[in-house]
Design a protein around this ligand. Structure first.
Ligand code: UD1
Ligand code: UDP
Length: 357
């Protein structure tokens, strides 16, 4: 098979690392980077750390409105697809890069394999929901990470194209959590000073459009973290950098350490050693679950219902009191409950494409 893989954002590099490695054992992969994430620590660092081959194409498209970004990407992907004429287009998740590539391929009547199919928030205020639904409805093969994805597909009449394969983020978590190098220091975002990672800390990430469009949500999250019994480490997504620095200065938050975005291996280390995790990231919610860390998610919708059991992951409003209350609630771990597969989803993803004519 010849497979064109289109990726563009941080979480897609991680999934493509584990799936691409498996794919290249028997097949040809043409790797296309849309350019959606472009800073060294949002993109190239992942390629280096995870040994992802250099992209065959980098389209260099980022920023602008959703329509501008998606439209420009569609045009550029179409040219590449027409040249490469692959057996499959392979896309991951729910970003504008995912939707653009899928739309371009569908109009060329090409086979599309969508990994992380069926994930739903049932909220159209969440921009990624539109990308997920549209990509699923035009794809040939819908590969779900969890059973809830299969249920959503059934509700939308998509079951005949769906298969349950597990979550490649879990494959990556298992692989890269082994023999992790000890992390001691972290660089402050505000002054570049290198700090020692405290023996106990909370891990925060917050980057969703819903939480970063104005000050209030982040301010409430900071007010909550400031009151905790250990410092918080927060690697700040570039879209939020100016706001996070300004709020920290204006409100004199002393218990929150802002840093540049960290690489995947460092993020995984921070997950595995944190006291608890607060996030609005789809990936981090799952990693908290894999690492058995209590997680509080600052969103008003559930995307990974499998994590929301036994107090392990709870939604909180962007309100300091609600966040603190949810963080205090106890969790119970059932070690036999493994809803994200067995760490072999990459193999199943390749087999699904091989077995679909
Ligand atoms: C995107 C995805 C989101 C995913 C996230 C992963 C969409 C609609 N959203 O959100 O689903 O959770 O990636 O992190 O596709 N920027 C930089 N440097 C970079 C990347 C971004 O400065 O390397 C800035 C740009 O100003 C850009 C803004 O951040 O306009 C937002 O980036 P964008 O890719 O549009 O959305 P994300 O928030 O990253
Ligand atoms: N991550 C990272 N560096 C950071 C913050 C997060 O490597 O500074 C990792 C995190 O561990 C997870 C993935 O990025 O593996 C999640 O990506 P993100 O939160 O950007 O997107 P989402 O999963 O919400 O789409």
């Amino acid at each position: 098979m010849k497979v064109v893989t289109v990726i563009g954002a941080r979480p897609q590099f991680i999934k493509a690392a584990v799936v691409g490695r498996e794919l290249r054992k028997k097949h040809k992969e043409v790797l296309v980077h849309t350019g959606q994430h472009y800073d060294y620590n949002m993109s190239e660092q992942f390629f280096e750390e995870l040994d992802i081959p250099r992209p065959d194409y980098n389209m260099g498209i980022s920023g602008g409105s959703h329509a501008q970004m998606t439209g420009k990407m569609m045009m550029a992907v179409e040219t590449i697809l027409k040249k490469e004429m692959p057996d499959w287009l392979l896309v991951y998740g729910d970003t504008n890069s995912t939707l653009a590539a899928a739309l371009a391929a569908a109009k060329l009547h090409m086979n599309i394999c969508h990994v992380e199919a069926g994930a739903r928030t049932n909220s159209f205020t969440n921009p990624e929901e539109i990308n997920r639904i549209c990509t699923d409805h035009i794809s040939t093969l819908l590969l779900a990470s969890t059973k809830s994805g299969m249920v959503s597909m059934a509700a939308e009449g998509l079951s005949d194209r769906g298969q349950l394969v597990g979550d490649p983020m879990y494959d990556a978590f298992l692989k890269y959590s082994q023999n992790q190098e000890m992390r001691n220091s972290i660089v402050s975002l505000s002054d570049g000073i290198v700090y020692k990672i405290p023996p106990e800390y909370y891990y925060l990430t917050c980057h969703r459009e819903e939480n970063t469009n104005e000050d209030n949500n982040l301010l409430e999250i900071f007010k909550a973290m400031e009151q905790l019994d250990a410092p918080t480490i927060y690697p700040v997504h570039p879209r939020n950098k100016e706001r996070a620095l300004r709020l920290q200065t204006d409100y004199h938050f002393k218990n929150i350490l802002l840093t540049e975005p960290v690489g995947y291996l460092e993020s995984l280390w921070l997950v595995n050693h944190a006291k608890k995790i607060v996030t609005d990231s789809g990936g981090l919610q799952r990693e908290a679950f894999f690492a058995c860390k209590k997680c509080v998610t600052i969103l008003d919708f559930v995307c990974w219902p499998e994590t929301m059991v036994d107090g392990r992951n709870e939604l909180a409003k962007p309100d300091a009191e609600d966040i603190l209350n949810k963080m205090e609630k106890k969790q119970w771990i059932d070690e036999n409950y493994l809803p994200f597969g067995n760490g072999k989803s990459a193999v199943k993803i390749i087999a699904a494409m091989e077995n679909t004519k």
